[in-house]
Design a protein around this ligand. Structure first.
Ligand code: HEM
Length: 228
């Protein structure tokens, strides 16, 4: 029997779920991760790597604050659920039918938090690291050389962990498309998600771009002050 598809099924509704600040955050994060990797592996430019790392820190700090004051589905309160709900959701994963959830699903929600904390930890450790030649992270003076060396090693290892998490994240998006016939990616571009007609979710509210701009500017200011 053919899998019910949100693309072929006409009984769908288009719901506004991801406000502009969340979408810009997402693709800026993707771009920064690629550039951070290239700055080391291809350009071998520590100064550029550090600058990109500061931008990453400001961006992640912004998203953490946005998790409290952003639009309906950007809030931690919307997508971080108790273990019971996560397990119940996980049991439905093999079902070949689209979810009716508007925001992050209960499993994906925790993945979002893990990714955010992973990138935050990575950026903070970078501030304390050194390359044993010309570069000392802006906060490396605050710790001993031994601690700085340890954090440098962890910084390199955590990158590999983040890569695995990103691969898992993309694999989950592909799984939802192939098995559950849910095309999640366009929603991260346009803001509108295609949901089954029976979904009763409301469109996202709040999440104003001017508020995001103020918060991001403050986060950038804090990082500038920290590393300046
Ligand atoms: C470096 C690579 C990537 C990282 C670090 C990353 C990280 C994240 C994070 C943190 C979120 C949560 C967004 C938020 O609530 O603010 C997210 C959501 C999402 N990402 Fe990515 N992402 C990456 C690559 C991709 C790619 C390549 C795609 C598409 C093919 C993608 C598709 C999505 C989608 C569709 C969502 C929303 C999922 C949902 O509907 O719950 N991501 N990603």
């Amino acid at each position: 029997m053919k899998t019910p598809s949100l693309e072929s099924n006409t009984a769908t509704r288009r719901l506004f779920v991801w406000e502009l600040p969340v979408r810009l955050f997402h693709w800026a994060l993707v771009l920064l991760m690629i550039l951070l990797y290239l700055s080391i592996e291809v350009m071998d430019n520590m100064d550029r790597h550090a600058q990109l790392g500061y931008a990453m820190l400001a961006l992640v700090l912004f998203r953490i604050i946005w998790g409290f004051v952003g639009g309906t589905y950007a809030r931690f309160g919307d997508f971080l659920h108790r273990p019971g709900k996560v397990i119940r959701y996980a049991r439905t994963l093999p079902e070949a039918k689209p979810d009716t959830i508007a925001g992050h699903n209960p499993l994906g929600g925790w993945m979002v938090l893990v990714l955010l904390l992973g990138f935050l930890t990575q950026a903070v450790m970078g501030l304390f690291s050194n390359d044993d030649i010309l570069f000392d992270g802006p906060l490396s003076d605050l710790v001993s050389k031994e601690v700085s060396d340890t954090l440098t090693g962890l910084h390199a290892q955590l990158f590999n962990v983040l890569l695995v998490l990103v691969v898992l994240h993309i694999a989950a998006v592909v799984y939802h498309k192939v098995r559950k016939r849910e095309n999640l990616t366009p929603a991260m571009i346009t803001g509108y998600k295609a949901l089954p007609a029976e979904s009763t979710a409301e469109p996202s509210r709040g999440g104003k771009s001017w508020l995001a701009a103020i918060i991001l500017t403050i986060c950038a200011g804090v990082v500038y002050w920290l590393v300046g």
